[in-house]
Design a protein around this ligand. Structure first.
Ligand code: ATP
Length: 802
């Protein structure tokens, strides 16, 4: 069950000061106008159908909600899906999302959004399985949905999809459980309604593609009586044919072989042809085929791979098993027509159940204790001008789920108060136990009396009604009929959502569910492999009959099966953590921006939303363990060195200055009304805000200082490097200048020295020259002197030189 803290959403309706109906309505109204289609009350999501495309389901939105807590972001179905998924991961608990609301309120769309969300957040692994799960929906919608006056794509069956997860919390597979497909639609549709989508898709494909038309003996839609029981609907052939392609594509993704796909379409076509058989009366004692029926008969026998005589037997003769002896009785024309309708219904519903089983085999998660998240999309409460057995089953389902919901929201809540010794006023809620008892509690109840009639050879609707009137005349939930004139044809039940009058006509027949055993026996000899397989197919849930075939007790009745199916569903739900989505339909016109106050209010009432709001106001909707409470709110106290004591808790409460009628201390938990919880939360948030600002302040200071130091260090380093660099450049420049100067000076000196040397050399040479000259001169003189002396004497020459 839910955790002790009931998370309050952003748009929690319990915050309203006065919870009166008009106010609830106005509250939703405002939100609707501003395009916000989701709101919470506690952890229950209320989804208002916008009847228009709003861009809030994209991949970006999925990522936005992924890993976010419920209530952190604005209310959304993704937030709920995330909360359920997180709970699987963290608490290791199976989850269930129960989606309810009346037809057209948006249950199927919500289911798809949840599946889309789960597939997207786990899409990194085994995307093939996810693809198969999404494609399974395409097939189910084609075969199980139809246009009704209330919804153009109405699911005519209930479904519980269990998405299974492996140990790594990735999608491992999916198991679908289907409930009560509406069979009457196959043979009759009310004004403005249609047969199942797949019928039109197949016929449209035949119009677009002659090969398909030939293979399945298809004619234009106007030709088929089962498609035109009241008025002829305009069909968009191109669109239907496109949808047909999508269905065949989905079959391919689910790895259904082509011959099986063909087999399915052959059965569908044969159902359509069955509707066109007219029969011809023979003396009021029996009937035969008319001339115009010959084409239909030969096409059906060819499509189903049956011998013509076998088909004739099943269509014109009834077999009765009297203590093992089989007697054949010709059918009167009215019986033959009815029998033909029953055949069509049996063929379609068997094909549908076969499809669900096939899908389950394809998306099978395998054995082993896989965790699952179940999504229950089931029909809402129905009350038409004429209600029949189907409406009784549908309303019974809603009673059952409502009881479960009551238990979850009210009974469980109040039992917790008792356990914790909390003083409280019992909150009155619409307890539907008595209504459920009259419908299902043995030994004498609506269903038991019906089954009793079905097991009698001459059981009839009127006998059933008489039994009911005498048995329940004084039951507070029983009504004998809308008025005295209708007591022989009607009975009524006061359901939690209002009184419904049921027309008893057809109850016994519908509950008996004539299974067309003879037809399926003949089909087991069919030449078509799929048809053969289909004839032997047994719904895995109901393979439990021990009675011999043909005896009146051989089969459980429809209500018996349905009751046991529902009980197993409730048993499963009881062992899951349950989440609720209440879908609301804003108007009956299927239009956007159109809000009908009283219609919405009715839905809020019967979905239990008004009661929930009341219990949230009158009771103590917030439960926290002592420890959690103190840990959460000790921040409001100066003295934080506490002990786990009542005194400390009371001290915390006193900070709000509210009286102790708004809270109570239980044995293990604290119970708070919304008003004090919100006040405490406001104070806590204020405190947290202040502390956060202080922390931010210190952190920012520290951070700034640290970054200042870092910058300073960096600046110093830069300066250092720059100065060094600059000095180096200067030094290099100086050195280069010095070298230039040096070289120039050296040049100058060298040139001077060279000049001096050259001068010295020149002087030296000149000296040498002069010396040489002098020497030569001296030699000349000496020679001359010697010559003189030799010629005039040595004395005269000597005195010349002195
Ligand atoms: N969230 C949404 N956004 C846009 N359109 C929506 C939304 N929910 C529902 N609708 C519209 O409302 C129509 C009816 O919704 P849906 O088929 O889910 O109703 P339902 O409750 O499953 O009805 P039924 O019980 O008849 O199957 C859809 O075809 C779609 O056009």
């Amino acid at each position: 069950m839910m955790s002790s803290v009931r998370k309050v959403g952003v748009a929690d309706m319990t915050t309203m000061s006065e919870i009166d109906e008009i106010e609830i309505n106005q509250n939703l109204n405002i939100r609707y106008c501003s395009d916000i289609i989701y709101t919470y009350t506690g952890s229950i999501l209320i989804a208002l159908n916008p009847y228009k495309t709003i861009n809030i389901y994209s991949k970006e939105h999925v990522s936005e909600y992924h890993r976010c807590k419920l209530g952190d972001l604005s209310p959304h179905v993704f937030a709920l899906a995330e909360a359920a998924y997180t709970s699987i991961v963290e608490d290791n608990l199976n989850q269930a999302c129960v989606i309810s609301g009346e037809s057209g309120a948006g249950k199927t769309e919500t289911t798809k959004f949840i599946l889309q969300y789960l597939c997207t957040i786990t899409s990194n692994v085994s995307s093939w399985v996810q693809q198969q799960i999404l494609e399974a929906n395409t097939i189910l919608e084609a075969f199980g949905n139809a246009k009704t006056i209330r919804n153009d794509n109405s699911s005519r069956f209930g479904k519980f999809m269990q998405v299974c997860f492996d140990d790594h919390n990735c999608i491992k597979g999916c198991v679908i459980q289907d409930y009560l497909l509406e069979q009457s639609r196959i043979t009759y549709q009310s004004e403005g309604e249609r047969n199942y989508h797949i019928m039109y898709q197949l016929v449209a494909q035949g119009q677009e593609n002659t090969d398909v038309a030939k293979a399945f003996y298809l004619k234009p839609p106007e030709f088929y009586k089962y498609l035109n029981t009241t008025s002829t609907e305009q069909i968009n052939m191109a669109l239907e044919s496109k949808k047909f392609d999508a269905v065949t594509m989905a079959f391919t993704v689910l790895q259904v072989p082509q011959f099986v796909i063909d087999g399915v379409f052959k059965v569908l076509s044969s159902i359509l042809w069955l509707g066109n058989i007219d029969f011809m009366d023979i003396d009021g004692e029996g009937c035969d085929f008319s001339n115009s029926d010959q084409e239909a008969i030969s096409n059906i026998s060819s499509l189903l791979g049956l011998k013509r005589c076998d088909l004739q037997n099943v269509l014109l003769i009834r077999q009765i098993n009297v203590r093992g002896n089989i007697t054949e009785i010709p059918l009167k024309i009215k019986e033959a027509v009815e029998n033909r309708h029953a055949m069509a219904k049996a063929l379609y519903s068997k094909t549908f159940t076969w499809l669900v089983t096939k899908i389950n085999n394809c998306t099978n998660p395998g054995k082993g204790g896989a965790k699952f998240l179940g999504v229950l999309d089931i029909f809402g409460f129905e009350n038409f001008s004429q209600n029949s057995f189907e409406q009784l089953c549908i309303n019974y389902t809603n009673e059952k789920l409502h009881k479960f919901f009551n238990h979850y929201v009210f009974a469980l809540e109040q039992s917790i108060y008792d356990q914790e010794d909390i003083i409280f006023n019992h909150v009155e809620f619409t307890d539907n136990s008595q209504c459920l008892e009259i419908i299902e509690k043995p030994p004498r109840c609506v269903f038991k009396l019906l089954t009793e009639q079905c097991h009698m050879p001459k059981g009839s609707d009127s006998a059933y009604l008489n039994n009911m009137h005498s048995e329940f005349e004084f039951h507070p939930n029983y009504i004998k009929g809308s008025d005295r004139r209708h007591w022989e044809t009607e009975f009524g039940i006061k359901h939690y959502a209002g009184s419904v009058i049921y027309t008893v006509d057809g109850f016994v027949k519908k509950n008996r569910d004539v299974q067309q055993d003879v037809l399926f026996d003949y089909m087991s000899f069919s030449e078509d492999i799929f048809v053969k397989d289909l004839s032997k197919f047994q719904d895995p849930q109901f393979v439990n009959s021990n009675y011999p075939r043909g005896s009146s007790k051989s089969k459980c009745t429809v209500s018996d099966n349905f009751r046991s199916q529902l009980q197993s569903l409730i048993d499963v739900l009881q062992h899951t953590k349950t989440w609720y989505v209440r879908c609301i339909k804003p108007n009956l016109l299927k239009r956007p921006n159109n809000y009908n106050n009283s219609l919405v209010l009715d839905q809020l009432k019967y979905l239990g939303v008004v009661d929930i709001i009341r219990i949230r106001r009158e009771g103590f909707p917030i439960h926290l363990s002592h420890e959690d409470f103190i840990n959460k709110y000790k921040c409001l106290m100066q003295n934080k060195s506490f002990e786990y004591s009542h005194k400390y808790i009371t001290d915390i409460m006193e900070t709000t200055y509210l009286t102790n009628t708004e809270w109570q201390i239980g044995k293990t938990k604290i119970f708070l009304r919304s008003v004090i919880y919100e006040l405490l939360e406001d104070k806590r948030k204020e405190k947290i805000y202040k502390n956060a600002v202080t922390i931010q302040k210190y952190w920012k200071r520290f951070y700034c200082f640290k970054s200042f130091l870092r910058i300073k260090l960096a600046v110093l380093k830069i300066q250092h490097a720059y100065k060094g660099w600059k000095l180096r450049i200067h030094f290099m420049r100086m050195r280069r200048s010095a070298i230039v100067i040096q070289s120039r000076l050296r040049g100058v000196f060298a040139r001077e020295v060279a000049t001096a040397l050259r001068e010295m050399r020149r002087v030296d040479e000149e000296m040498k020259k002069r010396d040489k000259m002098f020497e030569q001169l001296a030699n000349v003189q000496t020679n001359a002197l010697a010559d003189c002396e030799s010629s005039r004497g040595n004395q005269r020459i000597g005195s010349y030189f002195r």
